[in-house]
Design a protein. Structure first.
Length: 279
């Protein structure tokens, strides 16, 4: 039996039917994607603005579908969440990111952190901590090099439970960042209660900050308030030198975006580390 969301059955109309069938076909192939080794992790560098050097990378999953070619994560992560397939996929992503990062360090490359996206459903797995402890242990990666990216969706749940979970993860030594900040509904004062280490400002605020006064004002306010809450700030989706200049002036800590690099294969990210690529 397929565990698609109940509302998909309710809104059963001819147009939705084909979408539904597409999802079923996709689900069937996604079910085997991990074991058939069709998933690959790409790495997008994260750069420190104090010296322009790479400080880490965000691991971003790619699916090489045997017939349909590359399927972007926005097309299969939501499906994976709906069907529960996010569990094995998320496990594979964590393992691969930790093993890869540890092996770069073992090869003597400058140590950098790796950021892994954790979906809402993964965050709510009862055995998440046990899984993480095991993955970190097996990889040998120092937990301080692992950063977990969570979105504001986790904040709508019971506040005490969420804080307790975050503290449990933090007690293992990993870092926690709040991803896509600004796209949800949480104010910065609300955030104060949660033990985040970093805040990632969503690309929609960073876009055109050199010409868009509203975006500039919002981004700058977010950076200042985040700093007053002792959070480091990463600006996402930085595409131009002009945007970078504004972020630099406003003391943003880290940037990520096409300006420095698109997400790249592990081999290419390793080369950037080796060559000491800088902004
Ligand atoms: P995200 O976590 O916000 O990841 C950043 C997305 O922005 C990536 O898209 C990245 O390629 C894109 N991006 C980075 N810099 C720029 C830029 O300068 N300009 C523009 N236009 N885009 C930029 P991607 O790789 O397609 O991933 C999309 C989303 O899929 C991610 O958004 C994340 O929510 C999800 N995702 C990706 N990998 C995983 C994963 O392993 N697990 C989970 N749960 N979700 C994942
Ligand atoms: Ca992310
Ligand atoms: Ca993001
Ligand atoms: Ca996003």
């Amino acid at each position: 039996a397929k565990q698609l969301g109940g509302n998909q059955y309710q809104s059963y109309t001819p147009t939705l039917q084909s979408e539904f069938l597409d999802d079923l076909t996709l689900e069937t192939s996604l079910r085997y994607a991990v074991e058939r080794q069709e998933l690959e992790l790409y790495y997008q560098p994260i750069v420190g603005l104090e010296n322009g050097k790479i400080v880490g990378a965000e691991a971003l999953v790619r699916w090489h579908h045997p017939q349909q070619g590359m399927i972007p994560p926005v097309k299969f992560i939501p499906l994976a969440e709906q069907t529960g397939l996010i569990a094995p996929i998320g496990e594979w992503v964590l393992q691969t990111a930790c093993n890869q990062t540890k092996s770069w360090q073992a090869e003597g490359l400058p140590p950098v952190r790796v950021a892994v996206n954790l979906s809402f459903r993964q965050f709510n797995q009862v055995d998440l901590s046990e899984r993480l402890v095991r993955i970190l242990d097996e990889s040998g990666l120092d937990p301080s090099y692992l950063e977990l990216e969570l979105t504001e969706s986790i904040l709508v749940q019971n506040v005490e439970v969420t804080i307790a979970k975050l503290n449990e993860l933090k007690s293992m030594g990993v870092q926690i960042s709040l991803d896509d900040f600004g796209t949800g509904y949480s104010s910065l004062s609300y955030l104060q209660q949660f033990p985040f280490d970093l805040l990632k400002i969503d690309r929609c605020f960073v876009q055109d900050i050199n010409t868009n006064a509203t975006n500039a004002a919002l981004t700058n306010a977010i950076i200042q308030m985040a700093h007053s809450l002792n959070l480091k700030v990463i600006a996402e989706g930085v595409e131009t030198r002009e945007e970078l200049a504004v972020l630099y002036e406003n003391k943003c800590d880290n940037i990520q975006g096409y300006l420095f690099s698109r997400p790249v294969k592990a081999e290419e990210f390793k080369r950037m580390l080796q060559e000491g690529k800088r902004l």
